[in-house]
Design a protein around this ligand. Sequence first.
Ligand code: ASP
Ligand code: MG
Length: 409
Amino acid sequence: MSLVVQKYGGTSVGTVDRIKHIAERIAAMQKDNHRIVVVVSAMNDETDRLMELAREISDQPDQRELDLLLSSGERVTIALVAMTLKEMGVEAQSFTGRQVGIFTDTTHTKARIERISAARITTALEHNLVPVVAGFQGINEQSDVTTLGRGGSDLTAIALAASLHADRCEIYTDVDGVYTADPRIVPTAKRLDRISYEEMLEMASLGAKVLQDRAVVFAANHQVRIVVKSSFTEGPGTEVIKEHKEMERNAVSAVTYDRNQAKVTLIGVPDTPGIAARIFEPVAKADIIVDMIIQNVGQDSMTDVSFTVPKDDVPMAVEVMNRVSQEIHAKRVEVMQNIAKVSLVGVGMRSHSGVAAKMFVVMANKGINIMMISTSEIKISCVIEEKHVETAVELLHKEFELDETTSIQ
Ligand code: ASP
Ligand code: MG
């Protein structure tokens, strides 16, 4: 008898009809002799709606209260899903993060899971109940509600799968797997049968919304087998597993993009030792995740420092930078919001050369200006103007022959 954790995202529980549909699937799986733990997100755009309500009150709403507000979306869904299952004759029970015992640190809105007790889940399973768990939420040592960052229901599911030693964690969404590019931009994009944790992680942090990046890190550390599937259609989905040799066959596995970045520049920074630390230490303290950093060549002992942050963190980053700017006697702070990051990802880059050069030529031929570049062993990213993002993704997908990919084994 296998134990499967199934996570259903916002669109999969978006209406009562959708909930009935997934409940039927859960019931069928259970009849097939699987033990199932269900983790759900808030319905559709509920979390965004709650966020907007908070933003009507303040640009930077109180984080403790914000967490309580945001966590309410998932509570609605667990009750509805458990109700539906019971109505169909399936024994089920809903559980909040607190009832499961998901203990986190106190970093409100981005809390890290410290331990999971899951005693009630184990008991529920022993009694043949289907536990329906609220994703995205936990509690800290003071019993205050915390949330795990946007997309955090994935993390709940994967962490629960690790803690229960589940056979696999199935992530149900509105796409039938992970693609070589966003099919809305590139209609010839192909579904990948398998990708490595590392590639998935790069793709998640590069803006491919299928899985939360922190959830992928957790899965890799605990070797949780993930399958990304659609709750709307049948199909094998994409497996996310440990890297193996044949995955290197193609130089590039996928093209991704991220519109959710903004560029913050500190102009006229004194070019002296210790300056970078004085700029980025307060940024880290504010829990802002910096992605790319560029320091220009100094002139007259002055330089400019640019970095990218998620758009949501711009108000906080600007506040911190205005303070830092005064302290270190920089000239001013500038923000550019209309940027996007386009990236190539693939473990094949470890063994194929010239990938970066080919990418830059594609951009150059189209007259697309590259503002920032960053690379890792399996990724190359360029920051460009947002208006060019679709063209760049399409051209790169073609140049690296991704529409020819049949599958990456
Ligand atoms: N509802 C939360 C969000 O929209 C968590 C999730 O869906 O994974 O970010
Ligand atoms: Mg999600």
